[in-house]
Design a protein around this ligand. Structure first.
Ligand SMILES: Cc1cc2nc3c(=O)[nH]c(=O)nc-3n(C[C@H](O)[C@H](O)[C@H](O)COP(=O)(O)OP(=O)(O)OC[C@H]3O[C@@H](n4cnc5c(N)ncnc54)[C@H](O)[C@@H]3O)c2cc1C
Length: 340
């Protein structure tokens, strides 16, 4: 730690007008608009390009049609109206290449120091690799990095995942899928179709109301015919190597089990925003307070874009309806004198 601190102290500070934190679809949209406006910018991304999308299930299909995932008016052509994850990865890679966007990958922002003065906003941004000085920051860090934990014994066993990827490893095994929304339903159907013996454990009395309308009949029919078992109003209470305990309205049960897919949702890193001094609403949504016209927060010079703006309500904003943040922010930066 001391060695790292000494290394960072010796490090030169790179000056760049605008730092964008996160290279998801919305961070890239901000970069694109900044480039078009002639604003010097750098995107810092802790993982791969569009890291959240990269980590989605391999075979997932978006619920949006491809033109609604477009950024910067770059056409997104897909084989079917609703694109797949791999088509989306291809699209955002193309956008990065065609516009030669300045993105540093695998460089996580670990700290932001506000050194603003009467001359205007100014920040020192630290990553594991470098330090930067900038006058404006756009935070678009999404919500996919922190899963909601079950908080039960055994949750950290290797057979438990909060990120379902693909069905093959589950074939011919006893699988419990926890949750009732799209991710859970997709995982249950996909693993069942590849030969898994699937049981869903759902704390609510029904399959989630947001499940895609074309998938809903499929899951309800598989449950109805008994192909996929389900325990409604039930909770997993403990996970062991070969068993799982669940609490159902009829009492406690122990089910034989090989693997658990806990698709129980994800939450944004609101602590990161708090550390920047960004005010959040005081209700349970903890929605960051932003000026709706400009997306600027209560900290002058720091803007928010993308799904992070919804706070704990991670379903209100998505690519379709938050890509517009990029144009609002860049218009505000231009009005403030940055760029052409
Ligand atoms: C299974 C699934 C299906 C979906 N389908 C659709 C759909 O059909 N249509 C739609 O519009 N939306 C859909 N969404 C939602 C959509 O993917 C998100 O709303 C979208 O990714 C939000 O974009 P974003 O750029 O705000 O955040 P993200 O895409 O999450 O990007 C945030 C980026 O910030 C990076 N980051 C985080 N912290 C740091 C840090 N400290 N330093 C550097 N980088 C950091 C992350 O690695 C990540 O790459 C879906 C979501 C899921 C989970």
């Amino acid at each position: 730690m001391t060695a790292l601190r000494a290394y960072l102290c010796d490090m030169a500070e790179t000056e760049v007008p605008l730092i964008i934190i996160g290279a998801g679809p919305i961070g890239l949209a901000c970069a694109l608009e900044a480039k078009k406006a002639g604003i010097g910018y750098l995107v810092l991304e802790k993982g791969s390009l569009v890291n959240s999308l990269f980590n989605y299930p391999s075979n997932m299909t978006f619920f949006s049609t491809s033109e609604r995932l477009e950024i910067g008016d770059v056409p997104f052509v897909s084989n079917n109206p609703k694109p797949t994850r791999s088509e989306a990865l291809e699209y955002y890679r193309r956008v990065k290449t065609v516009f030669d966007l300045r993105v540093n990958l695998f460089e996580e922002v670990t700290g932001v120091e506000n050194i603003s003065n009467t001359a205007g906003s100014r920040f020192r941004v630290t990553s594991g690799r470098a330090r930067y000085l900038c006058s404006k920051i756009i935070v678009c860090t999404g919500f996919y990095d922190i899963p909601y934990l079950l908080d039960v014994p055994g949750e950290n066993l290797p057979k438990v995942t909060h990120y379902y990827k693909e069905p093959h490893p589950y074939a011919f095994r006893k699988v419990i899928v926890i949750g009732s929304q799209n991710s859970s339903v997709d995982a249950a159907l996909e693993t069942w179709r590849k030969g898994a013996e699937v049981t869903m454990v759902i704390r609510k009395p029904e399959i989630g109301t947001r499940v895609k309308y074309w998938v809903r009949p499929d899951i309800l029919n598989r449950i109805g015919e008994g192909s996929i078992k389900v325990y409604y109003n039930s909770h997993v209470t403990a996970i062991r190597d070969t068993e799982v305990d669940i609490r159902t309205p009829e009492g406690e049960l122990t089910l034989p089990n090989d693997a658990v897919i806990a698709t129980t949702g994800y939450q944004p890193n609101l602590d990161f925003l708090r550390k920047l001094g960004i005010r959040l609403s005081e209700d349970e949504v903890m929605c960051p307070v932003v000026n709706e016209a400009s997306q600027e927060t209560n900290v002058p010079g720091i803007y928010l874009a993308g799904v992070i703006c919804g706070g704990m309500n991670t379903h209100r904003l998505f690519i379709e309806n938050s890509r517009v943040h990029a144009t609002s922010i860049i218009a505000d930066l231009r009005a403030g004198g940055l760029g052409r």
